[in-house]
Each structure stands twice: as C-alpha cells, then as structure tokens.
Design a protein around this ligand. Sequence first.
Ligand code: CP
Length: 321
Amino acid sequence: MKSFINVEDLGPLDKAMAEAFEIKNDRYKYQHLGKNKTLMMIFFNNSLRTRLSTQKAAMNLGMNVIVLDVNAGAWKLETERGVIMDGDKSEHLLEAIPVMGCYCDLIGVRSFAGLTDREYDYAETVLQQFIKYSGRPVFAMETATVHPLQAFADLITIEEHKVVERPKVVLTWAPHCRALPQAVPNSFAQWMNAAPDVDFVITHPEGYELDPKFVGNARVEYDQKKAFEGADFIYAKNWSNPGVTNLADYGKITSKDMSWTVDTEHMSWTNNGKFMHCLPVRRNLIVTDDVIESPNSLVIPEAANREISCSVVIKRMLEAL
Ligand code: CP
C-alpha cells in the first residue's frame, strides 16, 4: 500500500477487519516488520490521539519514530507555488518534502482544511504534494477532507459493540462555537457506506449537506428525531458548512442550533443506542455531560482502537516496502 486516504486503499474491508482483530489480540506479532525502519509524523495542526496512537502503533511494529511539529521549531513553510517568499516563511514545502523523505521510510501527514477555498481543500493539495514529492508511502493522519484512521477505528468499535447483525448507525451534526473541517464526517460516511452490514443515516440542518462523493447512497434525514428513532449507534460531530448547496457558505458556521446537542432526551429516541464521537469534544455543545459519561458512551474504546487501525495501515505499508 503506497498511500492511505480512502477506504478503497485497504482493499477488501472484511480482510482488513480480520487483520485489525488479529493485531488487537497480539499487537506485537509483526514487530519484526519495522526493524531499522523509520516513520516520520508531520503535524501542521494539533493532535492528542493521532499523535499518541500512531506513535504507539509504529513502536508496536518495531519502528523508530520522528515527530515534526511544523509550526513549532521548524522553518515556517510556504505551501503555494508562485509566491514571492519575502514574508515570514523561510522554506518552501516543495524542498522540505523531499528532504523529509530522505530521513524516513513512511510518512504520516496531518494538515487540516483552510476552510476558505473549497477547491484547494477538496483537491487535498498538501497531502498530494507529499505523495508526489516525498518518494515515500504516505498516510493521512487527518487531512483537509478525510480522517481515515479515525473512521477505520470507528468501524472496529461498531463491530465490537453491535448487538444486532445490521445496526442502524446515525451520523448527526451538532453545534459548535468554531468552524470545523468536514474530514471526520466525510470519512465516517465513506466507511459506513463501504461496510456491508450497516443501515446508515445522516442527519443535519438543511444547508449542511456533505459532499455527494462521501454521502454516497446514505439516507439523509433532516428531522433529527426521526433519524434517531431505533438507532443502535449515534455518531455526533460538528462540521462547518461544506458549501455544497451554496459555495459562498463554504467553511462558515451557518447554524448554531442548540436543539441538535445530543442529550438524554435525544438518546431516549434510540434503541438503547451507543454514543460515539472521535474526540476532542466540547461538552454541552456537541453532547451533554450525562450522555458522554453514560455506560453507553464509546468515546474511550473508539480512541483506544486508533492504535489498532493505525497498526493495520502501517503493517500494510511496511509489507509493501
Ligand atoms: N480524533 C482525533 O484525531 O484526535 P486528535 O485530533 O487529538 O488527534
């Protein structure tokens, strides 16, 4: 596997899931694969779970790890071509990327959407430059439009906690005080659509439609209560306006409707549903204290499974070197 961005990159999902559970049962089984190999993790944005779980997964596989926080100690990087670099940015990404590639065998990249230019973000410009110029296999650690390591961990978590063969899984928008990217809901939708035994529903205020390439064949229900009825899993997430129905709204907050916050009343509409969120979460905007602290909350097992999803991806990349 040369890059990991979309669910298709893993090949048959049942095989990847089997590998995930194999690794979860014996997470050091493939430690020999990473001997004398180095992972470079490059962060343009903050992280807690991705940073720790990816490093742990790489160490489980016997790798050395280098972490670069681009905005803390490295030269400030220009990402655009054609810019006269007379400002505060000392180095261009197009030199920095091949240099980084000299020091490692695999690269993980975190680079969020700017949320001002939809075309630039949805072209995954920064990630694609790493793929083109690093000379190394590259995986997304949440990029402008996708967060596949999270979605894979979410699918593992659903598989572990489902009590019916074909659970109803609902992705719900929830309000937030800051404009957030669409990467997590995009990937979650993509992975739920790819999972064979999931009844998948997306609910959000009108105008917050996700990009059709991620929505796929999912059912979209604008009435949140109707969407929640009979749900086995509620996956809450805020996202800023994707600009699908009105490009001028791209990246903006066009609703702060607090009636969408997931509280105990919302959960009472479900089939004793489990609550999920990728974290970090702002309590009492996205979800109330009592829901996230309830026995039905899966936020910690989800985070734990980030180590597993990442182990599968790194293992696949090491095997293909
Ligand atoms: N869920 C997730 O990616 O968390 P971090 O932003 O802390 O890495």
